[in-house]
Design a protein around this ligand. Structure first.
Ligand SMILES: Cc1cc2nc3c(=O)[nH]c(=O)nc-3n(C[C@H](O)[C@H](O)[C@H](O)COP(=O)(O)OP(=O)(O)OC[C@H]3O[C@@H](n4cnc5c(N)ncnc54)[C@H](O)[C@@H]3O)c2cc1C
Length: 470
């Protein structure tokens, strides 16, 4: 693996001088420099990856404070880790030894809900669920819906271009972003886009910053697209005697032009873990289950689910059932959201995030099974099958000494398989620190070269989240 270029950790004297400069410039800033506090910002949700201890954690409350912090870091060559709620699954917000972590969690205000234009203007620190709740109170809907929506921030969603359970109909986070305010690496504050639905003035900078994992700028405000709230969802489950059958059903649903809002897959180990955790009475003999939802008004919702049922039956589903009402539907969806937590009851879990064109989902499922057999690893797979995005989870006993080595081997095979199927090594979690080599394998050196040029133009000193993505 190419060594990332991370500036050396500052000496004790340089660290003290830096903290003194921050306190002098921003006397009201909340700055955590106690070792215990800093330790809690070392990792994101990938605690199995090696991460550094930040020299301090700053919790700014305004764009001006962020800009000042960035300038001070630039003056002294201190690396910066922008951080939201720390739920990321690629190590993007993990600490850098001797770096300053800037956590945006206190910048959590909604600045405007503009009903006429169907947009919300918000600071980045607000949790996705809170933003959804606030706009729902106005009869509006913010679509991006990561399974972690109750614990992750909008800033982190923008940083990762988060996906989730609604992408199959409404796209990834990027598809709901109209404009941004961004603090650049030299402390300048720029605004991109705005409330315009159409805008082709120059390069698409808004889209460039979304998904850049804090390596190009720090997002301090976002203008996001809203929709009028759809009706409550109609939900069905289908159970299959084989993974192939479920994969085939996904391909048939997509090919039929059915447009469900959710199309999720759980394999047998995931069904068992979720059923154990939430006592749902799922068919535990099934090899796979699909959760399909429509958010159309009746009778269109029933027509849509009837089409999905036909596709599932044609693919060999042994049983299908509809949720009795919206409460049961919410319950099933919530259980799917908590699939990772259910698996974590079984041991240490290392989650992957590959994606393929949707017609290749059956091939990807076969490749995952083969990898499990080859390395004798327990793998539980669930994911956003309607997007071609699956999360194989490698599960090890907590004290398994082979966990790291086997993960590396299995991941290498998995990435190769996804790329060979015309897919991607990460569909929504990002390259972060965990998939840097795989990025080169997927996109090739010329594309990585272009990405590096963009990074160099926007952050010539390399202080913004160094060692992530490249
Ligand atoms: C149980 C569980 C389920 C999950 N389900 C999903 C899912 O369905 N779909 C999905 O996509 N992800 C999922 N995730 C992963 C994670 O929740 C998302 O990646 C989320 O977007 C991270 O948000 P965060 O606020 O925690 O960001 P963090 O982890 O703090 O940061 C993520 C990245 O964004 C950057 N960043 C944060 N804030 C800013 C900012 N203001 N400006 C610039 N860069 C910034 C960070 O540097 C980092 O690189 C799940 C995680 C868990 C634990």
């Amino acid at each position: 693996m190419t060594a990332p270029s991370i500036p050396n950790a500052p000496s004790d004297a340089a660290r003290s001088a830096f903290l003194a400069a921050v306190r002098a410039a921003l006397p009201d800033l909340k700055l955590l420099d106690d070792a215990n506090d800093r330790e809690s910002y070392r990792n994101d949700e990938t605690s199995y990856l090696k991460a550094g201890l930040p020299l301090a954690v700053a919790l700014p409350t305004s764009t001006a404070e962020v800009a000042t912090l960035v300038r001070l870091c630039g003056d002294q060559g201190i690396p910066i880790v922008p951080r939201g709620a720390g739920t990321g699954l690629s190590g993007g917000a993990a600490g850098i030894e001797g770096g300053l972590t800037i956590a945006l969690t206190k910048m959590d205000q909604i600045l405007e809900i503009d009903r006429e234009n169907l947009v919300v203007v918000t600071q980045p620190g607000i949790l996705n669920a809170e933003l959804k709740k606030r706009v729902a109170a106005e009869g509006l809907f913010y679509a991006p819906d990561p399974a972690s929506y109750e614990i992750c921030s909008i800033g982190g969603n923008l940083g990762t271009n988060a996906g989730g359970l609604c992408c199959v109909k409404y796209g990834q986070t990027r598809d709901s972003v109209l404009g941004l305010e961004v603090v650049l690496a030299d402390g300048r504050v720029i605004r991109t886009g705005g409330k315009n639905v159409k805008d082709t003035a120059g390069y698409a900078l808004t889209h460039l910053f979304v998904g850049s994992q804090g390596t190009l700028g720090i997002i301090t405000e976002a203008t996001l697209r809203l929709r009028v709230a759809p009706p409550p969802r109609t939900t069905m489950l289908a159970f299959f005697p084989s993974l192939d059958g479920a994969g085939d059903a996904v391909a048939r649903i997509v090919a039929a032009g059915t447009n469900p809002v959710t199309l999720e897959l759980l394999d047998k180990p995931s069904i068992a873990a979720v059923d154990d955790a939430f006592q749902l009475g799922l068919d535990r003999d099934a090899e796979a289950m699909l959760l399909v939802e429509s958010d159309r008004a009746e009778p269109a919702a029933s027509v849509e689910l009837d089409e999905a049922i036909r596709a599932c039956e044609a693919a060999g589903a042994t049983s299908t059932m509809r949720a009795a009402d919206a409460t049961e539907a919410d319950w099933l969806r919530q259980a799917r959201r908590l699939a990772l937590r259910a698996l974590e009851r079984l041991g240490q879990v290392r989650m992957e995030d590959v994606g393929v064109p949707r017609s290749r989902v059956p091939d990807l499922l076969r490749a995952i099974s083969a990898i499990g057999e080859k390395y004798e690893i327990r793998i539980a797979t669930f994911g956003h099958a309607g997007d071609g995005n699956l999360h194989p989870n490698f599960i090890f006993d907590h004290d398994d000494p082979r966990a790291e080595e086997l993960t590396d081997l299995a991941r290498a095979d998995l990435y190769r398989a996804a790329i060979a199927l015309g897919g991607t090594v990460t569909a929504e979690h990002g390259i972060g620190i965990s998939r840097r080599d795989a990025l080169v394998e997927q996109v090739g050196p010329d594309v990585v070269g272009v990405m590096r040029s963009i990074k160099a133009a926007l952050d010539p000193q390399g202080i913004l989240n160094p060692g992530r993505v490249f």
